[in-house]
Design a protein around this ligand. Sequence first.
Ligand code: 13P
Length: 251
Amino acid sequence: MRQPLVAGNWKMNGSRSAVGELLEGIKAGLAGVKTAEVAVCPPYVYIPEASTRLAGTAVALGGQNVSTHAGGAYTGEIAASMLVDFGCKYAIVGHSERRTLYGEDDTVVAEKFEVARKAGLVPIFCVGETLEEREGGTTEAVIARQLDAVLDRFGAAALAAGVIAYEPVWAIGTGRTASPQQAQEVHAFIRGRVAAKDRAVAEAIRILYGGSMKPDNAAELMAQPDIDGGLIGGASLKASDFLAICTAANR
Ligand code: 13P
């Protein structure tokens, strides 16, 4: 059985006081989370604070991005080893906001995946189509291309070290969620694509859904056979909502 993972991607939100309040709120409700593994991905500067406050809990930490470089003259970048140094388990790679706003292409995303993996992090590898691509009937082709960037270059064994997140771009921050059927279709496609390379890896890898997942739609989405949790944006900024999503994975 794949253990569900619910990861909060805080994006560029928060302040010291808001982060403190959010973390304390999450901690206070963790007893109700029976099945899911829980992770939070704060902005880099709040990672030490989160690490201190979450010490002794099972909540994992992750970075929202990672450099392709190991270190050196790369102003503004954060290396995978630095995330490990602060106790991070995960690093998000290939988020659509990185792809569209910061020009990260499939090659860069694949490099980030590999750098993170080699440093001992679990990459949360994001894929997803835009509305235009969905309406143009190219969803599967787009997802296949994004997946193959890692699969063809580094192989299924490398992919096995990560988690995949399907985040339809048109559902991110829009309040417009993929229906459970729409999401399941793409998740099954992703698992099938991985299975064509390695069946055991496909069976074991967790595929998260992301895109306006909220307390009121989380249970139905996570009940789908190929949806193994969520990557949560907006709803991860409110402890009660985030916890409600985490407990929606209880079995
Ligand atoms: P929302 O949950 O705000 O739609 O964001 C999803 C997301 O981008 C998580 O990485």
